[in-house]
Design a protein. Structure first.
Length: 358
């Protein structure tokens, strides 16, 4: 006999990318940062003693809220710290979306969204992106008239790496009567020349929630820390009603705060990753793997039929190089490759050349 709720019994869970440890593995499959977190984070870790764990952490991570507010030029009341960006997604859905209401997303997008909608038991509306991964021309009108309670857009987009402008998001926020979540898990890697900045939207719109993650930009995926930025009335029910009593722990609060306070280090790494992204994109295109220009720390490459995406994924894996294959409509002929170190790219490209020429 099953005790699961009917929606949980029917659903499939999230499939994470493979985690493998070891110096012989080139891991380009889960968009982790190839460089370590800042020395200030290492110092904060060293400064912790087991005695610091005897007490509960500050429930609202006050020091982190101050640091995140100062970085984003908002007030601490506009910040909600969470156990990874994923917790914010779960919180926003459980707080705002009733079972008879719907969540609207694009297809493809982050594969956790449909999983969380299934857990909640609410409806999910998926709007396909166009062939070149841009938004359909009538997307804003469709969202405005959808009756959806929540629209979640990942920007820059996963898994394609494309970026929507803040003007486009402003128009969407203006026209959508529900809550617009802008999932900026990869925003740190956007080329500054775009001048992209969606944070100012929270001043004008009380229905906009921005998601941030420390996993990628700050090299802290193993720690689990993220946060939301939004108008105070929007954050209030999540901060004071639905959040776990101590949703972020003492260790991660200290390290996350140190990471934001040493942003100069992170910025240098983002620039390095952007440069590696350009050269990898050019090299993959040069090998005949049509690769979309990306604003994230990964690229999505179309694999010619003669090679086959799944076969290439497997052949690379056999050589201890992990990339991501999605067994999903429109993605089965593609591979998502995280930006790694230059030496890892060289090994990847050499392996692809070998496999193609075999
Ligand atoms: C699009 C997107 N949003 C949110 C997250 C959540 O990140 P985390 O929970 O590690 O902060 C991820 C992680 O892969 C992601 O790809």
């Amino acid at each position: 006999m099953s005790f699961e709720r009917p929606n949980v019994e029917k659903m499939r869970g999230y499939t994470p990318g493979e985690q493998r440890e070891g110096n012989d593995v080139i891991k380009l499959n889960t968009n982790e940062n190839p460089y370590p977190a800042s020395p200030a984070v290492a110092e904060a870790l060293r400064a912790l003693a087991v005695e610091n764990l005897r007490h509960y952490p500050p429930p609202l991570a006050d020091a982190f809220r101050e640091a995140a507010a100062s970085l984003n030029k908002v007030t601490p009341q506009n910040i909600i710290p969470t156990n990874g960006g994923d917790e914010l997604l779960r919180l926003v859905i459980t707080t705002f979306v009733d079972v008879n209401e719907s969540i609207l997303i694009t297809k493809p997008s982050y594969s956790l969204y449909p999983v969380l909608a299934s857990v909640q038991g609410c409806r999910l509306v998926e709007i396909p992106l166009q062939d070149d991964w841009t938004m359909p021309a009538d997307f804003i009108a469709s969202v405005a008239n959808s009756g959806a309670k929540l629209c979640i857009l990942v920007n820059p987009h996963a898994p394609t790496g494309t970026l929507l402008s803040d003007e486009y998001l402003t128009e969407l926020a203006e026209n959508f009567p529900g809550i617009l979540v802008i999932d900026e898990a990869y925003v740190d890697f956007v080329d500054p020349d775009f001048g992209y900045d969606a944070v100012s939207l929270i001043d004008s719109f009380d229905n906009v929630l921005i998601l941030r993650s420390l996993s990628k930009g700050y090299s802290l995926a193993g720690m689990r820390f993220g946060y939301g930025i939004g108008a105070e009335p929007l954050l209030h029910p999540m901060l004071y009603k639905t959040r776990d009593s101590y949703n972020t722990d003492t260790v991660s609060q200290r390290l996350a705060t140190a990471a934001l306070e040493s942003i100069d280090y992170a910025e240098e790494i983002w620039a390095k990753i952007r440069a590696s992204r350009s050269s990898l994109t050019a090299a993959l295109n040069g090998l005949g793997l049509n690769t979309t220009a990306s604003q994230t720390n990964f690229v999505l490459s179309q694999i010619p039929q003669s090679i086959g995406a799944r076969d290439l994924y497997q052949a690379l894996k056999d050589r201890n190089i992990l990339v991501r294959y999605f067994d999903e409509e429109r993605l089965r002929d593609k591979l998502r490759i995280s930006i790694g170190k230059e030496s890892e790219h060289a090994a990847l490209l050499e392996a692809i050349r070998d496999i193609i020429n075999a």
